[in-house]
Design a protein around this ligand. Structure first.
Ligand code: SF4
Length: 453
């Protein structure tokens, strides 16, 4: 089954595989399938709901998410109107022949708290009244930023049942925040965290970034300690993905190779230092990026939602939806003008009854997705689950890939005895190299063709 022929990985940071296939592998769907037909035979009693808010106050230098700065001409109102229309159409398409129930919900972005408190109320109403999600009874995760985590917005979110709030701090060192193109005052960040703790939302996640120009092990540990001072239930440590234009980037005489190597070395060193620091402070590692305080309450939201088969309903212009066979969304872009045009197009859309852009994920692709999503979790892939779903083992389906990973020391040789396929600590450290190597030739070709556009 395995046809992956990637060259041995030479670099540890190729891409963050948070969903497979990537949206750059999506294409306009022939015949624009009707949602009603797509969802007719699907189980709908444990769906995930995701609402995408594509607005931010600033554009961070490291960010490649689907978002725009600001919302002129009452764009947030028009966007929420469109979300309302989409939610109505999607709920209708799900039908009432079988029970429709949501087991988890999330508001992501962009920055959902770019919306005002009143607009957040409306967003919750759309999730509850249009879609039927019982927000106060299921895990609800919301992303925020230091400047938009205001007391009035947090009060709405807490009241409507938010169980997890995730804030992008990136660095508590002001010079590093500036270098990552997100100027912020430490005092403002601390004040936002104070307001979040006052709101008594059960789980606080703090995002931090390593690999910033000028960041040292000492300054990284200082950021980690500042975060630990808030006793966050979760911490995400992200490697920076946009090479700094100064410092490391200045070593560019050989076309960037030595600068890249120095940057890779810095990121791997800071990753290991950060991981070890958190493990020594009572956190357990969930994936390369995610750490959870060992005594924290468990609220299994979409971010750590490891279930492979339940459906996902995404609302908003950048959200994906998943049936068992098709992943779909709207058009995708990274360039600012294109992003703005797609958001404007979404806000003006009247007919949301069909899937527009997507990719079928069945057969070999479903096995790859299962393998990728499980093996990149620290606890690994349960071989019995894989066999139950596909009738085979990963070793049957991906012998060459697994042999290559084993030769590089990326697999935990002792895990098989417990019925698991699990990465070694070094394998986990190289998640962003290992993941992309498991992409199918078709998906790679589609992604490469997209990048040429
Ligand atoms: S606030 Fe978040 S979504 Fe917005 S630009 Fe910064 S990193 Fe990206």
């Amino acid at each position: 089954m395995s046809t992956t022929t990637a060259a041995p990985a030479t670099r540890p940071y190729l891409s963050y595989v948070y969903a497979y296939p990537h949206k750059t592998a999506y294409r306009p769907l022939a015949g624009r399938p009707a949602l009603r037909e797509l969802w007719a035979a699907e189980r709908k009693d444990a769906l995930s709901l995701y609402l995408h808010i594509p607005f931010c106050e600033v554009r961070c230098g490291f960010c490649n998410l689907f978002t725009r700065i600001g919302a002129p001409d009452e764009l947030t109102t028009r966007y929420l109107d469109a979300l309302d229309r989409q939610a109505t159409a999607v709920r209708e398409a799900l039908g009432d022949e079988e029970p429709v129930r949501f087991a988890a919900a999330a508001f992501g972005g962009g920055t959902p708290t770019f919306l005002t408190a009143a607009e957040l109320e409306r967003l919750c109403d759309i999730a509850e009244k249009r879609m039927g999600a019982e927000l106060r009874s299921v895990p609800l995760s919301v992303e925020t930023s230091p400047s938009t985590a205001t007391a009035d917005r947090l009060a709405v979110l807490a009241d409507r049942g938010t169980t997890r709030i995730s804030i992008g701090v990136q660095s508590f060192v002001e010079a590093e925040a500036r270098a990552a193109v997100r100027p912020q005052r430490r005092a403002d960040v601390e004040a936002a965290l104070d307001r979040i703790r006052d709101a008594r939302i059960p789980v606080l996640n703090i995002d931090l970034i390593y690999g910033i120009d000028g960041q040292t092990e000492d300054s990284w540990r200082a950021s980690l300690d500042a975060a630990l001072g808030w006793r966050p239930e979760e911490l995400y440590l992200y490697p920076l993905y946009v090479r700094p234009l100064t410092g490391l980037g200045r070593l560019d005489a050989d076309g960037g190779a030595s600068a890249d190597a120095a940057w890779d070395e810095q990121r791997l060193r800071l990753y290991r230092a950060g991981r070890d620091h958190l493990l020594a402070h009572g956190y357990e590692q969930v994936s390369m990026r995610m750490f959870r305080r060992a005594d924290a309450p468990r609220t299994d939201g979409p971010d750590d939602y490891a279930c492979q088969t339940d459906g996902m309903i995404g609302l908003g212009c950048g959200a994906r939806s998943y049936t068992t066979k098709l992943h779909y969304s709207f058009d995708y872009a990274v360039e600012m003008r294109e992003v703005r045009a797609i958001i404007d197009g979404y806000a003006a859309t009247e007919d949301f009854s069909r899937a527009e852009v997507g990719r079928y994920v069945d057969g070999d692709e479903a096995r790859r997705r299962h393998l990728l999503q499980s093996v990149l979790q620290a606890e690994g892939l349960r071989l019995a689950d894989y066999r139950e779903r596909f009738g085979t083992s990963p070793a049957d389906d991906f012998p060459l890939d697994l042999a290559r990973f084993e030769a590089r020391g990326w697999l935990d040789a002792s895990a098989g005895a417990s019925g698991l396929l699990r990465l070694s600590p070094e394998g986990l450290a190289h998640s962003d190299a290992l993941g992309p190597e498991l992409f199918s030739p078709d998906v790679r070709a589609a992604m490469a063709a997209y990048e040429l556009k």
